[in-house]
Design a protein. Structure first.
Length: 148
């Protein structure tokens, strides 16, 4: 599958009512996802051999992570930016106080700049990524201590 075919699929998906599309072709696995009112985000992944599904009762490492600190996680895969443009002041630093809805960073995905906002008010206790770092959906970007 060439790049033009992938872009053609994305264009067709944009016009559809689907929120998630997965395609497997030879050694390529492509997942297109979007949240309500947003553009699709492509997440190419290498095809891995099918393994038997784990029983539902087995705990997964993601679920075992303690939630003693709240994290702001990336909702999409892309490139992490600390500021609106190169050379500008970062949206937040360690020790910055944020209010719910404040922009904390930008994730660029497929040439689209997606502002990531604080889910609640608090203080940024750690910035976990560096400017221009690649991130994947679910990566922790910041640690945020919630106001009490």
């Amino acid at each position: 599958m060439d790049l033009d075919a992938i872009f053609s699929l994305i264009d067709r998906a944009e016009k559809s009512s689907f929120n998630r599309i997965e395609i497997e072709y030879k050694e390529l696995k492509l997942r297109l996802e979007r949240e309500a009112g947003q553009a699709f985000v492509a997440a190419p992944q290498p095809v891995q051999p099918q393994q038997p599904a784990a029983p539902e009762t087995e705990s997964r490492p993601e679920q075992a992570e303690p939630d003693s600190g709240e994290y702001i996680r990336s909702p999409i895969s892309g490139v992490f930016y600390v500021a609106k443009e190169p050379g500008a002041e970062p949206f937040v630093r360690e020790g910055s106080r944020v209010c719910k809805g404040d922009t904390v960073c930008i994730i660029e995905a497929m040439k689209t700049m997606n502002e990531i906002t604080a889910p609640f008010s608090g203080v940024i206790t750690a910035v976990l990524k560096k400017d221009k770092d690649p991130v994947t959906a679910g990566d922790a970007l910041f640690r945020l201590a919630q106001d009490k």
